[in-house]
Design a protein around this ligand. Structure first.
Ligand SMILES: Cc1cc2nc3c(=O)[nH]c(=O)nc-3n(C[C@H](O)[C@H](O)[C@H](O)COP(=O)(O)OP(=O)(O)OC[C@H]3O[C@@H](n4cnc5c(N)ncnc54)[C@H](O)[C@@H]3O)c2cc1C
Ligand code: SF4
Ligand code: SF4
Length: 411
């Protein structure tokens, strides 16, 4: 197995997801910038000391995805180790309404602050002066957590804030994507403050991060320039809620979730997402997901999440959040039900090992996926289907659709 030997190799092989760890470890000397490809990338990519680069590579999502098996109470090949899976939603109707789905992640963040277990939540928000873009933020009050509810489907680098968070020396929680949180978990081997201070790691189950071109296309369809924007909301304010764009001069444009995501050819997903070994949060304490039967919404509802509890810490947080009136927990969900809610995740789990083989066949590095059962899951595909997945990636590489130029900033 060949893993990338440098950050430059990660980035040029299409394996950087732009998590932001590069910026954190270098204290901001290397910065996350929007690169030509339309994702956030570390710049300058040769700006690391030998130690920094080694430390980053030990945790970088482009090199490794490490599960954090804390509970073996129950186990499923697709969904990994978990102690419980349930419907859940924010107890407060406003939080539930504003959240991407049922407001569970926001409610848990608010609970951790209100109960004093965390001093702040490291997560992301729309940039106040460029609301189509996303930036990391440390929310210190429940109101701030609520203000930053909702899914941000474009480029987001929550880990760019990790060093600032750790340097505070205070207990905090993180809400981020599975790849981000897996990197946090792996980075704990380098910096023991991670395990000492990060009291809760919460993720959304994730279908993939779109490059900025996806959002730009929407603006162009609406005939709006980015500098005219006052609001860019992908979803939330309902489940799933309308994608909503507002301008400084008072115009509003909306589209439905189904219309936004109907054509997979327009998603502009990062390459790392197509190869994602763990989009289900196996390094997290708690994962929150959509629970639409069949995999997509058939209309609006009040907002129901499915939650996956993966650690004792996760169980305790949810129990306390229910007891203190922040969260409502409903019926049990089985892995088979989750397979129905997330058919795209099941398909990807079966295909990823073959896709990573395609990277190797094309001479590119792969990701270390030890502990994620991908070899065995790949056996669910027929030999022909495995070969097709492998060839598909190899052909994409040969057609120049995977490799990226050395990142340099664009507007
Ligand atoms: C890129 C992306 C892809 C997704 N794909 C799927 C999928 O395939 N299946 C599925 O079930 N659900 C998916 N979701 C998750 C879903 O949209 C909800 O986020 C999830 O159900 C949690 O809902 P909630 O109401 O608890 O979240 P909220 O209460 O609204 O909280 C969301 C929290 O996540 C943080 N956040 C939002 N976007 C990002 C980001 N890009 N990076 C880091 N942190 C972020 C916010 O700061 C906020 O704290 C995806 C979300 C994203 C961002
Ligand atoms: S994925 Fe994260 S750690 Fe890896 S190169 Fe990109 S920004 Fe750096
Ligand atoms: S699909 Fe995987 S790599 Fe892509 S954003 Fe989601 S967790 Fe990260």
């Amino acid at each position: 197995m060949r893993i990338a030997q440098s950050i430059s190799e990660v980035a040029t092989s299409g394996l950087c997801i732009g998590c932001g760890l590069c910026e954190a470890v270098t204290g901001g000397r290397v910065r996350m910038e929007l690169a030509e490809v339309g994702g956030l990338r570390p710049v300058p990519v040769d700006g690391f000391s030998v130690t920094e680069e080694k430390d980053i590579l030990s945790a970088c999502p482009g090199a490794i995805a490490r599960p954090r098996v804390q509970t073996e109470a129950q186990f499923d090949d697709i969904w990994g180790a978990y102690s419980d899976m349930r419907y859940a939603w924010a107890a407060d109707a406003d939080v539930r309404h504003r959240g991407a789905t049922g407001g569970v992640l926001t409610a848990l963040g608010m609970h951790l602050l209100d109960s004093g277990q965390a001093t702040f939540i490291l997560h992301v928000r729309a940039k106040p002066d460029q609301p189509m873009r996303t930036e990391w933020v440390m929310s210190e009050t429940a109101d701030e957590v609520l203000a930053h509810a909702g899914s941000r489907y474009g480029p987001a680098a929550p880990l760019a804030g990790l060093k600032v968070a750790l340097d505070r020396g205070e207990p905090f929680a993180i809400i981020a994507k599975p790849c981000d949180v897996a990197a946090v978990h792996a980075y704990a081997q380098v910096d023991p403050r991670v395990d000492a201070l990060c009291v809760a790691r919460m993720v959304m189950v994730c279908g993939g991060q779109s490059r900025i071109g996806k959002s730009r296309k929407l603006l162009s369809d609406f005939g709006v320039r980015e500098d005219e924007l006052s609001l860019f909301r992908y979803r939330g304010f309902g489940n799933p809620g309308l994608t909503t764009v507002q301008t400084k001069d008072g115009r509003e444009f909306t589209t439905s979730y189904n219309d936004l995501w109907e054509d997979e050819g327009t998603w502009e997903l990062e390459t790392r997402c197509k190869l994602c070994p763990d989009a289900l949060g196996e390094a997290a304490d708690i994962a929150a997901a959509d629970v639409w039967p069949g995999g997509g919404p058939t209309g609006e509802d009040e907002g129901f999440n499915g939650i996956i509890l993966r650690s004792e810490a996760g169980e305790a947080i949810v129990k306390a959040a229910v007891a203190q009136g922040h969260l409502v927990v409903g019926d049990a969900i089985t892995p088979e039900m989750f397979n129905d809610f997330q058919p795209h995740q099941v398909r990807k789990k079966h295909a990823v090992e073959a896709r990573l083989s395609g990277m190797e066949a094309a001479g590119l590095p792969r990701i270390n996926t030890e502990g994620l059962r991908l070899q065995a899951l790949g056996e669910n595909l027929s030999p022909d289907a495995r070969q097709a997945q492998c060839d598909g990636v190899r052909q994409r590489v040969e057609a120049g659709r995977v490799k990226e130029p050395l990142p340099k900033p664009v507007d």
